[in-house]
Design a binder for this molecule. Structure first.
Ligand SMILES: *Cc1c(COP(=O)(O)O)cnc(C)c1O
Length: 400
């Protein structure tokens, strides 16, 4: 949630650097721009922060997924495995490149279950996308090991976990690439925006060209008229104002994470009073980025009773099995195969033959876990009164 909470003079200063030149475009205008290249600088800072070789900025986290899938060569005829608890963007991007999303169960990390992943791999699997949901890491090392056995690339959807680490190594650097979102509710925000990081120079180069109509950027930035094109692209370019905000927000990321962590600690202590409660499994507690606090009850009924108490106390928690944006059985447009395309593509072939039909009941383990899990968003500037109110409500919920 938090990036916008800490907007301040730093963001304004960065934006003013851009407004002073009047150049909002990331390429060209070399005379007018007075050597201000905010998107390029944001990319460099972000790659360096994550310990990645290269970073490519784009217009959104959804675009980042699409650009990364294109650069991995994923397309029609391919299957891409991701988890059934994610944001709709993950599977939208897969369908948008013409591939078919295949969903795995989540385990108590609330992320991809590696055991179930093994059962979902086929000869058609072209990419595996673990998602680091709600700011906490998937079992990405296990997932990469499984993928390596089959020679399948891993794309980490790190949209919600900028700054997260496992043993000091940044999320997004375990797989072949990692994608990030800076939309208005993500840990750090540029309003809209996204980034892809990778250590593969060739992959970065292809992404850089693809997100800019295929321009080869032989001289980057500049010389657009004379640039060649080796393949067709599209426009997913980030603009300078977003790059400027990103520079300021990135500089605040570690302090934002630290503030959230402190709040989460207190919520966890209070929730510990609830009989039978367990907490989401964190692969590395130290590296958890804590945008949300998740706790798991023993049964759905108990979870509903606890949830009712919290709501009565004016501090209702989220149950993602009831939320329509993030959990597989709630995606009616996916389950129904709804599209604006007259032919029914990507759910149907031209001619009407179904390419894929989704059954809402295929993820029973996820459905069970999600039905017992409650989640609080954790903001940075939570007042001590609000935090106390939540802690008091959790303690009260220990008696139902
Ligand atoms: C937010 C989000 C995205 C998409 O990012 P946008 O910038 O909103 O397009 C993708 N994946 C996950 C898991 C997200 O939470």
């Amino acid at each position: 949630m938090p990036g916008f909470e800490v907007f301040g003079e730093e963001e304004k200063k960065q934006i003013n650097d851009v407004l002073d030149t009047g150049v909002l475009f990331r390429y060209e205008f070399n005379e007018q721009r007075n050597n201000v290249f905010k998107v390029l600088e944001f990319e460099k800072n972000f790659a360096s922060y994550c310990g990645a070789g290269y970073a490519q900025a784009v217009t959104s986290g959804t675009a980042a997924l699409k650009v990364a899938l294109m650069a991995l060569g994923v397309g029609p005829g391919d299957e891409v495995i991701t988890q059934g608890f994610t944001f709709v963007a993950t599977w939208e991007a897969i369908l948008d490149v013409g591939a078919i999303p295949v969903f795995t169960e989540v385990d108590e990390t609330l992320n991809m279950d590696p055991a179930d992943l093994k059962t979902k791999i086929t000869a058609k699997t072209a990419c595996i996308i673990p998602v680091h949901m709600l700011g906490a890491m998937a079992r990405v090392e296990e997932i990469v090991a499984i993928a390596d056995e089959h020679n399948i690339p891993v794309l980490e959807d790190t949209a919600q976990a900028a700054g997260g680490r496992i043993n000091g190594q940044h999320l997004g650097t375990f797989g072949d690439c990692g994608t990030f979102s800076f939309d208005s509710v993500k840990t750090m925000t540029t309003g809209e925006g996204g980034m892809i990081i990778t250590n593969d120079e060739k992959m970065w180069r292809n992404m850089s060209e693809y997100q800019d109509h295929g321009h080869d950027h032989a001289v980057n930035p500049g010389g657009r008229g004379g640039e060649g094109r080796s393949f067709i692209g599209f426009n997913y370019r980030m603009m300078e104002l977003q790059g400027a905000i990103g520079i300021a927000q990135l500089a605040k990321l570690d302090s934002m994470i630290a503030a959230q962590k402190e709040h989460k600690k207190q919520l966890r202590l209070a929730a510990s009073a609830i009989p039978g409660v367990t907490f989401r499994t964190l692969v590395d507690e130290e590296g958890d980025t804590a945008t949300f606090f998740a706790f798991i009850l023993e049964s759905k009924e108990h979870c509903q009773r606890v949830s009712a108490v919290l709501a009565d106390e004016g501090v209702g928690a989220i149950n993602f099995s009831e939320n329509s944006w993030h959990f597989y059985p709630s995606w009616e447009h996916l389950l129904d195969g709804s599209t604006l395309t007259a032919s029914g593509y990507p759910f149907a072939e031209p001619g009407g033959k179904k390419r894929v039909i989704y059954d809402p009941k295929i993820l029973p383990q996820s459905a069970d876990i999600m039905s017992r899990t409650l989640v609080y968003p954790v903001s940075i500037k939570m007042s001590s009164e609000q935090l106390q109110k939540m802690c008091d409500a959790l303690k009260k919920a220990a008696n139902v």
